[in-house]
Design a protein around this ligand. Structure first.
Ligand code: FE2
Length: 123
């Protein structure tokens, strides 16, 4: 039986067709256009978890501390969340100069780092 999560490396979805409950509540869900124009701002909305209604806890002892957005290896932004009073979702307005793979990494204080990606076509 494989481990449900790791504290020493970034966690990613193992089988997209068979998400575990741990994945459903920790994976950042990235909403962004599939295709954008170069050098024109567009919106990226991110919510951690909630896949199939499986929400991550948001209590003092267990919450999503922060998330970071990258285009490839390039840092674009970060959002931090206080437990119980902020839900782990945010919106960025970003500009791309060429095709990129957006990457979001989030940190849960109990279950470590979780990552998801979305390719953006830039014209
Ligand atoms: Fe967690």
């Amino acid at each position: 039986m494989s481990e449900e999560f790791s504290l020493v490396k970034v966690n990613r979805v193992k089988d997209p067709k068979k998400l575990t409950d741990m994945e459903k509540k920790h994976i950042p869900v990235i909403k962004a256009p599939d295709s954008v124009k170069a050098k024109e701002p567009f919106t990226v909305s991110i919510k951690v978890g909630g896949i199939d209604g499986v929400e991550h806890p948001n209590i003092l002892g267990h919450w999503i501390n922060w998330l970071e957005l990258y285009a490839g290896e390039r840092f674009l932004g970060k959002a931090e969340f206080a437990p119980t009073v902020a839900t782990p979702e945010t919106t960025f307005h970003i500009i791309l100069e060429g095709p990129a793979e957006l990457k979001v990494i989030e940190f849960c204080n109990l279950h470590g780092l979780w990552e998801s990606k979305k390719k953006i076509d830039v014209k």
